[in-house]
Design a protein around this ligand. Structure first.
Ligand code: 13P
Ligand code: SF4
Length: 291
């Protein structure tokens, strides 16, 4: 069916294992955006959450982009909307807007630069060091980038509810239980958790780090879907979840059955106005210059 429709299945590292296994490409938000921009397929089935499918549509407006479960949203992305961002811009008229890719298309349409957790530091260092910058919506990603670059941002009170469930006591406990293990955390974790990390990395950064490291044991402080790929690609290594609570319910909504229905019935097609696509595109293309 996939061949018949000339479709490609893209999956985020947090998807359930069987969805990752049938995908053509599994990756982080940055890698998935690249794939969406360069694919020659007519149809993109996005196994991820709503803002990811929207980003794919903005980059490839001529393609059909499908989200198998339309309820797969991102609560962090929903913490800022266009109205709130307009107010922030009015309060800081000279500021540039840097938006985490976890934002709606309407927010991206008001944005100068997008970034992901993989390239936020590079985007800031490459383009925004001399500017006043509004950084939305993730206050923890902003704190992480501030620490790396020394730059202060005008921030919004957004955060990822799934990563917020991981607390510093979890890392301390895991380090005590597995003294040889390295603790790998995600920039969406709280600053207290990231302060205890051996490395703070995007999901694909975690995959790459584990593969190239001589170490055999890792404490994983991000959404637990990533452990499927870590185990599959490193069968000789050991992975200890920092917290069993780090499960994003939205990422788990996509199933093989829903992907099948999505392909058969063109469900659920992402539709955006030409105006929003036009306005939002620049911010994502600028992000793709920083790998
Ligand atoms: P990355 O895969 O880009 O690190 O993003 C994590 C995330 O929470 C996506 O929703
Ligand atoms: Fe959003 Fe967090 Fe879920 Fe990612 S893990 S989709 S940031 S709620």
């Amino acid at each position: 069916l996939k061949r018949e429709k000339n479709a490609v299945i893209l999956a985020h590292n947090y998807q359930i294992g069987e969805v990752q296994d049938i995908a053509d490409f599994v990756g982080d938000s940055l890698g998935l955006s690249f794939e969406a921009a360069k694919t020659k397929a007519d149809v993109i089935v996005f196994s991820g959450v709503h803002f990811m499918a929207e980003t794919a549509k903005i980059l490839s407006p001529e393609k059909t982009v499908l989200l198998p479960d339309i309820n797969a949203g991102c609560p962090m992305a929903d913490m800022i909307d266009a109205e709130k961002l307009k107010k922030l811009k009015e309060a800081h008229p000279k500021a540039k807007v840097l938006s985490y890719v976890n934002t709606t298309a309407e927010v991206k349409a008001l944005t100068d630069y997008c970034c992901t957790s993989a390239n936020a530091v590079k985007v800031v260092q490459g383009a925004l060091m001399d500017e006043e910058v509004i950084f939305v919506p993730d206050k923890y990603l902003a704190a992480y980038v501030s620490e790396k670059t020394g730059k202060e941002f005008i921030v919004h009170n957004g955060y990822c509810p799934t990563h917020a469930k991981i607390i510093s006591a979890d890392i301390l406990k895991a380090k005590e239980a597995y003294p040889k293990a390295l603790a790998l955390t995600h920039p969406e974790c709280t600053p207290e958790v990231n302060a205890l990390a051996d490395e703070v990395l995007s999901t694909e950064g975690i995959i790459r780090f584990v593969k190239s490291s001589p170490v055999r044991e890792f404490i994983i402080a991000t959404e637990l879907g990533i452990i499927h790929r870590l185990k599959k690609e490193n069968p000789e290594k050991f992975f200890y979840p920092a917290s069993d609570l780090a499960v994003c319910p939205n990422m788990k909504l996509t199933t093989l059955e829903k992907i099948l229905v999505s392909l058969k019935e063109r469900k659920h097609e992402i539709v955006l106005s030409d105006e929003i696509i036009e306005k939002a595109r620049g911010s994502i293309e600028r992000m793709l210059e920083y790998v």
